[in-house]
Ligand binder design. Structure first.
Ligand SMILES: NC(=O)c1ccc[n+]([C@@H]2O[C@H](COP(=O)([O-])OP(=O)(O)OC[C@H]3O[C@@H](n4cnc5c(N)ncnc54)[C@H](O)[C@@H]3O)[C@@H](O)[C@H]2O)c1
Length: 469
């Protein structure tokens, strides 16, 4: 497509950020009336225990407090509980969190505690948002959920609404609620409602995305709907079954993983044929039935690479999902192969890996690509320097890399950029690494970087991309 003054595909840019823009809904809640016990009457609020006060649980707790609920923010981490109770944000990067925390700790509406059973005993609603992961062998690592279940059992009482927001394999919530009821002897309501927000945009996403709600029975669905209507400005979508709500989260995330894998395969085709895939994507996505994602060095974080494997944990015979995982994980080796090809050999080479968290701006290392690239480079004989704007030198050393302090280094002959961090997009690599021969642009984001004469920038699905090396 020729470069013109106007771009007819301008509205059909990357689908990776979403196929449509979901605008936040304005808050239409009036001043609520406190009810004790809270039984779901419109316009009323009660007391909630949020079990797990991490990156998602704490913003949720604040969302509930700002809609009038009294909140116990429960966590097993005493240091985190102390920080929350001091009114100071435990981490940065979440707009509005510091202000809301100061306000609601200050007013006494939110209080953190490690005494989960007491919090649940005092609450009308207990909402669980602790991590569940998948081990390398495919089994489910649910230690945190088992702990949260014990807390629920110890504090459960009749009419408690138990909500699970943690992403889980299909069937988990019904089992958990039945266990709580059987072991505590209490008649509880049960609900699953997937948390669909992205850290760093939590409050905006909460106001924008329809809230999917499934209940263990009709009464539970009604009670959970009443709860979410009292705390959210977004529409509430009642699902026919609890299991459908569980599957919706697994489906939307697996959709992304599979489509990123497809984009990564398209990138290999484009690389081999000298085609710019970004133009192909914009062209293909200019009608409503194509939503091609962006290729890159792979998928990190504790969501997208994990949830397809949660589906496989209950339904192991699914080929596309399995293959997509392997394709996305294989991008690291493609990047390292491209470095090796450009340098002739990795033995004795000095390579800098920049961008070590799973994505720019989020201090999360789960399944992050950068450290995996570093491991592969080291295994093949390279000396690896590493840096990330969100990590200290000690953090980088713990990842088995020599921390790069940002000063010029003539030894470095290759750089792999594994996140789209602003720091690297326009970096002057020519001055910093005068011996540089190749920059692997893992997120196709470094078009503005300055390279020494003769050095190559190699991306994914770009003419001169990794698969063509
Ligand atoms: N982070 C995201 O972007 C995101 C987005 C959507 C959904 N989610 C869902 O939210 C879950 C939690 O994610 P997060 O980012 O908040 O994790 P996190 O690691 O930041 O926080 C989890 C918290 O739970 C606490 N915890 C563990 N076991 C506990 C127990 N038995 N009782 C009380 N607290 C306990 C931990 O100490 C930690 O503070 C994820 O597993 C996922 O299902 C996360």
């Amino acid at each position: 497509m020729s470069a013109g003054t106007t771009d007819p595909l301008g509205r059909a840019t990357s689908m990776l950020g979403g196929s449509f823009t979901a605008e936040p809904h304005p808050c239409t809640h009036g001043t609520p009336v406190t009810a004790k016990p809270w039984v779901g009457a419109p316009g009323t609020v009660g007391t909630i225990a949020v079990i797990g006060s991490g990156k998602i649980g704490l913003p949720l707790a604040l969302q509930f407090a700002s809609h009038g609920w009294r909140v116990h923010a429960v966590d097993i981490n005493q240091a985190l509980v102390d920080i929350i109770n001091s009114g100071v944000a435990p981490w940065g990067g979440e707009p509005n969190l510091p202000e809301l925390l100061a306000e609601h700790v200050g007013s006494g509406r939110l209080r953190a505690t490690i005494d989960g059973p007491a919090a649940v005993r005092d609450a009308d609603v207990a909402l669980v948002v602790v991590p569940v992961l998948v081990r390398d062998d495919g089994s489910i690592a649910d230690k945190a959920l088992v702990g949260a279940t014990e807390t629920l059992i110890a504090g459960a009482h009749d009419d408690l609404l138990v909500i699970l927001e943690t992403t889980v394999p299909i069937g988990t919530t019904r089992e958990l609620v039945a266990k709580v009821a059987a072991k505590s002897g209490a008649k509880v309501f049960g609900c699953f409602s997937p948390e669909r927000v992205l850290t760093g945009q939590t409050f905006r996403n909460l106001a924008a995305y329809p809230k999917l709600v499934g209940g263990t029975d009709a009464a539970s669905l009604a009670r959970a709907t009443a709860f979410y209507e009292s705390v959210l400005d977004a529409p509430i979508a009642q699902m026919q079954t609890l299991e459908a709500a569980e599957m919706a989260k697994l489906a939307e995330t697996t959709y992304r993983d599979v489509n990123i894998a497809l984009a990564n395969e398209f990138a290999r085709v484009a690389d081999r044929h000298g085609i710019d895939l970004s133009e192909v994507i914009r062209a293909a996505n200019s009608q409503p039935y194509s939503h091609i994602h962006e290729p890159g060095i792979g998928v990190g974080g504790h969501c997208i690479p994990v949830y397809p494997r949660m589906i496989l944990s209950t339904d192991g015979d699914l080929d596309v999902i399995k293959t997509a995982r392997a394709v996305n994980d294989g991008q690291v080796d493609r990047a390292v192969d491209a470095v090796a090809k450009q340098l002739g050999s990795l033995k004795g080479a000095t390579v800098a890996v920049l961008g070590l968290t799973y994505r720019e701006g989020v201090r999360e290392l789960a399944h992050a690509r950068g450290p995996l690239v570093a491991d592969a480079l080291r295994e093949r004989g390279a000396t690896v320097l590493g840096a990330d704007p969100l990590l200290s030198a000690d953090d980088v050393a713990a990842l088995k890399m020599t921390p790069w302090d940002g000063s010029a280094n003539a030894q470095v002959s290759a750089v792999v950029v594994a996140t789209a961090d602003a720091a690297y997009r326009t970096m002057d690599f020519a001055t910093l690494f005068p011996g540089l021969k190749v920059l692997i642009d893992g997120r196709n984001a470094c078009a503005g970087a300055k390279l020494p004469a003769g050095a190559k920038r190699i991306g994914f699905g770009r003419p001169n991309g990794v698969a063509a090396q």
